[in-house]
Every structure is written in structure tokens, then in C-alpha cells.
Design a protein around this ligand. Structure first.
Ligand code: ADP
Ligand code: ZN
Ligand code: ZN
Length: 676
């Protein structure tokens, strides 16, 4: 009979570990650091992560409880993974248990290990069966010299090698990832490769590409739409080292990958790499940290890199490799034209030039894409007679008109109500939709081009599981003439027959309170423009991007027209440096929520009183731009420093003080906040 004491991290907001006693006769299943164990916690039984094992303990025996069961069916989580979680916990100022345990599949954290045992059995069967045939295989194309340089750099890298792959849209970045992966796997068949993509909808296309290229290599996907049993199986395949290529969205960066040898972060600038609740981590930043820890290469790919990564490339911290031409022969970048929507008459929100361009595409049998980042029919319903507008009763926001569902819907708190027949204030029967969303544009296009096959893709049209994939396939298969969509359609897709992109109304993002808005707009427009002209046109004609704006003189558009990200980035970086904004300073944001705004502000005011070192600036508390959501008022306090270590040291002390304040106000701290 052996008796050992283990310390476990559990998923609670408490910043400490719990000690348990373990006794057993079987020396084959001793507890180990990194192992999971079922332990009692209050009246519950939960899965904890063992962080220390020892032969003694200082905890008095009457306070020690017993481990209920060890999860010895699987190997302990590797030390490198534990270190990743410890780093994330420290850097983002959260307890380890709250970081490490939510990374694990739900089914692994169940009290009974039934699902685990079933999944292990399935995996054992799969690995003894020969590789699945039945996929159409694809041959690797000859790389162009720039692609070859990138692949060589990745495959021959020794030690930590961060590479920024700045490649214009359609320059063949995916091919670089695939061939670098092939080289790594050829060098060491044990190796695991992690490929991160920003959007779930991009995984089926890429997964099919990977399977076709590597028919014999086990591939696992990890994203939030997997069913729980699938997620468990895929996670285990990664943890056991069976899956050699792991493709996933941001959460995959926290997977256990004992043989990780190469990391790819595609579209590294994308805001969805930032988790917006719970542990607010940046998957891109953690990917770079992981590569550094393991001494392996990491490639950050983008046509419009984040200014943080761009700056690292300028200062030489990252190696920059440029792909400045489209990979497909004779596929040319589209011509970008601005249509002045202030001077030209609009019909249903569209200029005559845009209508004519769509018509020409229909006649030639080519596809058009209209981009409008606003779903619903109209953003507001209003009464001309008395000035009533469809405010959400619970938020400082309008309720959006969704005509096809016959609802007003708040996009912030999800409140729905029936569309009023008459004005709630004055009884006027003639209520007017103001502005336009994707549904309204779809309707107008249908009336102008009744013969065209029109498809709308946005969060509303793709609610059902699998419907987004079906919609994208319809576009790829040529079953659609005009595609209208939100940012969902802007990313990554390699549409072959698309020769026109129309951008309806990008203007609000030009003048936002958020200093990152123009960076995001530029990336979004470059990305959506990049959907056009991805293959050579038979008649040699160039594809077009038409942008309707009231501000055609805005400098952002000049850089966009020249397809020159470098010019845009240089200008924005200079502004940021002068204003002392990221990447020239480091920030953390304390947010507070309360029924009354003044309570949230008062809490922040108190938090601001705590003394900070000179190198750290605490700004004044302010209400958030969207002050009230679901009847909760929100305020924020920004903390800044030119020195990351100084900020980190301050945050540690500050968090301890804030936790000791025992307020009723709900608060969260976000390190490196994305939206301010
Ligand atoms: P990106 O991710 O840079 O936007 P993709 O990787 O989607 O670009 O590549 C665009 C197109 O170019 C794809 O159809 C791809 O198959 C093709 N392609 C990539 N590399 C080559 C190459 N070396 N020769 C021919 N075609 C290529
Ligand atoms: Zn009215
Ligand atoms: Zn609301």
C-alpha cells in the first residue's frame, strides 16, 4: 500500500491548488504530474489536473480528502503543455485551473470514464486499420521561387524561427504550408503539425485539400462545431501523437501536441484569433510562444499582417518573406475603383456603375460578390411622423429589422419582438426601414435581376449546422450568379469564376472611436477584393472591385487601390508611434458591469486609486461605447505602459488588490485588449 499526496488545479476562480491523498496497491498506476484525476470538491466530484506529487504534506490529515480515481487510461499531459498553461495563466492573470481544464474536451472531464474508454477503443481500431483510401489525391504543383524560399526556410529551420509570410491574396500561401508540412513529415514521421485558421467555414475546404495531398497521414480537426464525442476523439488523437496534422480554429492552439514540430497561423491578423470571453487569449501570440518554447518554426501568413507582426518583421524579430504575385499563371489582381456615393445617384443603395457591372457579369456567365457587413433587412425601423426609432429596451442599440422572419431583433442581447404594425408612440401606420442590410440588398437584386441566381450568406442564412458549407459549395460549383454576404464571405475562399466584387458601404469604419477600425477595414477590403480574379480570364479581361463610398479621397483607399499594404502600414505605424498606441505601448483593460452605470464607474474609480509605478499609466474610467447590454451597464479603465514587464508586474499586484476588494460589481481584466 502506497500513500502519496497530490496537488491539483481545478476549474475555479480560486488562485490556489487543492491537496489530496492517494493510496493504492498497484504500483503501475502511480499519480504523476500532468495526469488527470477525479477528486472531491465541496459536494461535487470534478476532474482536476495534478500539478505536484510528494511523499509528505503539510495539510493536516483531517482536512485531506482522497483522490477518487486517476485517469491512467491516457498518458499525463506533457510538461510542455503544462508550461503553456502556466504561461497563459500568468500572462492573462487567471488561475491555472481556469486556464488548463476548460482546454480539455468536456467528455474527458466527466465523472465516469465511459466516453474516454470508448474513444480510445475507436482510435486503436483506426490506427490498426490501413489508411483510408477513397480520397481523390492531388499532386503538388511546382512552386514559384518565392514560395520555394518560404518552404525551404520553414523546412530547414533549426530552432525557433518566426516567419511572417506576407503574400498577396491568391499568392499560394496554402501551398507553402502544405509543402512545408510535407517536408517536415518526410524528415521526421513522428512530427505533428498544427495549422490554425480563423474561421470554421474554412476548415472543410482546407481539410479536403490536406487529405487529398496526404492520403496516408492521419488528420484531426479541432473547432467549436465538433460534436463532443468527436471533439474528444480528435483531441485524443492529437494528445496520443496519432494525428500528424491538426487543423483547427483558435482553441486548437491549446491542444496537447507532444510532437509538435511546425505551427502555421493562416490569416494571422484576423480578429477571431482573439478569444472574447473567459480566458481572453490571442491564439496567434500563444502560437508564437509555443514555437519559442519548443524551438520550432512558426509561420504567420497574411496579405494584411497585424501591425504587431509587421513591426516585428521591420525590426528583424521575425523573418519576412514576400509573395508578391498571384500563383496561378495570368491571374491578375483586380482593378480597384471607387464610386462616389455622395455624388452619384443611388437606386436601392447601388450606383448605376455597380448595377451595370453586375449585369455585364451575368451576361458573361461570371460570378459577382456583394459585400456588406450588416445583416438583417435594415438596421433601424423608424416613424417619420414622430421620430420614433426601434431602440432595444435593454441595450443602447437599435433593434434590427429582420423582415423575412417578421421580427425586430437586437444583435447584442438577442431580444426579439414582432414588427409593430403601427408606431408605438403616435399610431402612424407607415413605418419606414432606415438603411440597408444584406436581406434588403438581396431583395433589391432579385427585383433588378429576376433571372439571376442569388445567394445570401450571413450568420442568419447559415444558422443550421452544415448550411454554410453547403452554401459555399454551391458558389464553388457555379450554381450562384450573385453572392451577397458579410465578412463571412470575405475570408480565404478560392472562388474560380468570380470577377466582380462590390463593396456597398464601408464608411462607418472610417471614422470609428476604435483606433484599430481602419486597420481592420483595410484588411477586410483587401481580403474581399482578393476573392476576385483568382483564375485567368479566357478573354484576358481584368476583374474589378467597385467600392461605393462618400469619401473617395480618404488615404486608406489610395493604398488599397495600389494594393500596397506596406504604404498603409507605414502610415498607420507612424501615427501609432506618435500617439503612443500599440504596438508602441502595451495595454490592459479592466471592465466592470453593474445594473447602474455609476456603480461600475465607482468600482473602477476605486481601482484607479491603487498606486501604480511611474512607468504605468492608469487612465480615467469611462462608460463603454455600447454602454448598456441586456440591462447591464458597462464601463472600462485602460492601463498602459511602454514596458511589458512593468505592466505585467503591476497587473499581478493590481489583481491581488482587486480580488481583495470584494465588490458586487462584476469585473474582468483583459490583457492586450482587441477592442477599446
Ligand atoms: P492564398 O492563400 O495566398 O490566398 P491560395 O493558396 O488559395 O492563395 O492559392 C491560390 C491559387 O493558386 C490556388 O488555386 C492554388 O491551387 C494555386 N497555386 C498555388 N501555388 C501554385 C503554384 N506554385 N502553381 C500553380 N498554382 C498554384
Ligand atoms: Zn410615430
Ligand atoms: Zn438588446
Amino acid at each position: 500500500m502506497r500513500c502519496l499526496f497530490v496537488q491539483t488545479a481545478v476549474d475555479t476562480p480560486l488562485d490556489n491548488y487543492f491537496d489530496y491523498r492517494w493510496t493504492g496497491d498497484d504500483d503501475a498506476v502511480l499519480p504523476a504530474v500532468g495526469q488527470l484525476a477525479l477528486v472531491p470538491l465541496g459536494k461535487r466530484e470534478v476532474i482536476g489536473l495534478i500539478v505536484a506529487v510528494s511523499e509528505q504534506t503539510e495539510v493536516p490529515p483531517e482536512r485531506l480528502r482522497d483522490v477518487i480515481a486517476l485517469r491512467a487510461q491516457i498518458p499525463p499531459l506533457p510538461e510542455t503543455w503544462m508550461a503553456l498553461c502556466r504561461f497563459a495563466a500568468t500572462y492573462y492573470q487567471r488561475p491555472l485551473g481556469e486556464v488548463a481544464l476548460p482546454c480539455l474536451p468536456k467528455k474527458l472531464r466527466e465523472q465516469k470514464p465511459l466516453a474516454l474508454e470508448r474513444a480510445l477503443k475507436k482510435l486503436a481500431q483506426a490506427s490498426s486499420a490501413s489508411a483510408e483510401p477513397s480520397v481523390a489525391t492531388s499532386e503538388a504543383p511546382m512552386l514559384n521561387p518565392a514560395q520555394q524560399q518560404a518552404v525551404d526556410a520553414l523546412a530547414d529551420a533549426n530552432g525557433f524561427t518566426p516567419i511572417l509570410l506576407h503574400g498577396i491574396t491568391g499568392s499560394g500561401k496554402t501551398e507553402v504550408y502544405l509543402q512545408a508540412a510535407a517536408r517536415r513529415l518526410a524528415q521526421s514521421p513522428e512530427a505533428q503539425i498544427l495549422i490554425l485558421v480563423p474561421e470554421i467555414n474554412l476548415t472543410p475546404q482546407l481539410e479536403a485539400g490536406i487529405r487529398a495531398r496526404f492520403p496516408a497521414v492521419p488528420v484531426a480537426t479541432l473547432h467549436s462545431q465538433l460534436a463532443e464525442t468527436e471533439r474528444l476523439r480528435h483531441w485524443l488523437a492529437a494528445h496520443l501523437g496519432q494525428a500528424k496534422i491538426v487543423l483547427g480554429t483558435r482553441l486548437a492552439v491549446l491542444a496537447s501536441l507532444p510532437k509538435l514540430a511546425l505551427i502555421v497561423v493562416d490569416e494571422e491578423h484576423d480578429p477571431s484569433y482573439k478569444q472574447q470571453e473567459g480566458l481572453r487569449y490571442s491564439a496567434r501570440d500563444l502560437a508564437v510562444w509555443r514555437a519559442n518554447q519548443l524551438g520550432i518554426p512558426v509561420v504567420l501568413g497574411s496579405a494584411t499582417p497585424s501591425l504587431e507582426s509587421w513591426q516585428h518583421a521591420q525590426t528583424g524579430r521575425y523573418r519576412k518573406i514576400e509573395l508578391s504575385e498571384r500563383a496561378v499563371q495570368d491571374a491578375a489582381l483586380p482593378a480597384i475603383r471607387l464610386l462616389d456615393s455622395g455624388r452619384n445617384q443611388l437606386t436601392d443603395g447601388m450606383t448605376a456603375a455597380l448595377m451595370a457591372a453586375i449585369k455585364a457579369r451575368l451576361e458573361r456567365g461570371e460570378q459577382s460578390l456583394l459585400f456588406l457587413n450588416r445583416r438583417g433587412y435594415a438596421p433601424v425601423l423608424s416613424c417619420d411622423a414622430c421620430g420614433w426609432v426601434s431602440n432595444c429596451p435593454r441595450c443602447t442599440a437599435f433593434m434590427v429589422l429582420h423582415l423575412s422572419e417578421r421580427k425586430l431583433r437586437c444583435h447584442h442581447c438577442s431580444l426579439e419582438m414582432r414588427i409593430p404594425r403601427t408606431c408605438p408612440t403616435c399610431g402612424n401606420v407607415d413605418l419606414q426601414p432606415l438603411g440597408r442590410g444584406t436581406q434588403r440588398v438581396e431583395e433589391s437584386l432579385q427585383s433588378h435581376f429576376p433571372q439571376a441566381r442569388i445567394l445570401r450568406i450571413d450568420a442568419d442564412s447559415t444558422r443550421r449546422k452544415g448550411s454554410a458549407q453547403a452554401a459555399f459549395e454551391a458558389v464553388h460549383d457555379g450554381e450562384v450568379d450573385i453572392l451577397i454576404g458579410t465578412q463571412m464571405v470575405a475570408k480565404g475562399h478560392d472562388f474560380q469564376n468570380l470577377t466582380l466584387v462590390g463593396v456597398l458601404n464601408p464608411d462607418t469604419a472610417l471614422f470609428s472611436h476604435d483606433y484599430r477600425a481602419s486597420e481592420r477595414l483595410f484588411a477586410q477590403l483587401m481580403q474581399v477584393a482578393g476573392r476576385a480574379g483568382r483564375s485567368a480570364q479566357k478573354d484576358g479581361s481584368q476583374s474589378e472591385v467597385l467600392i461605393q463610398t462618400r469619401y473617395p479621397q480618404h488615404p486608406l483607399f489610395a493604398a488599397l487601390k495600389a494594393h500596397d499594404y506596406g504604404v498603409f502600414a507605414a502610415a498607420v505605424l507612424e501615427e501609432r508611434e506618435q500617439a503612443g498606441l500599440p504596438p508602441f505601448c502595451h495595454q490592459a483593460l479592466l471592465r466592470a458591469e453593474a445594473k447602474e452605470l455609476q456603480d461600475a464607474l465607482a468600482f473602477l474609480q476605486q481601482a484607479a486609486q491603487l498606486v501604480a509605478p511611474e512607468s504605468v499609466t492608469i487612465n480615467d474610467p469611462i462608460p463603454m461605447a455600447l454602454t448598456r447590454v441586456a440591462n447591464v451597464c458597462r464601463a472600462q479603465l485602460l492601463v498602459e505602459s511602454a514596458s511589458r514587464p512593468a505592466l505585467q508586474a503591476f497587473l499581478r499586484e493590481w489583481m491581488a488588490a482587486l480580488r481583495a476588494m470584494k465588490t458586487r460589481v462584476r469585473w474582468t481584466l483583459e490583457v492586450d485588449p482587441a477592442d477599446i
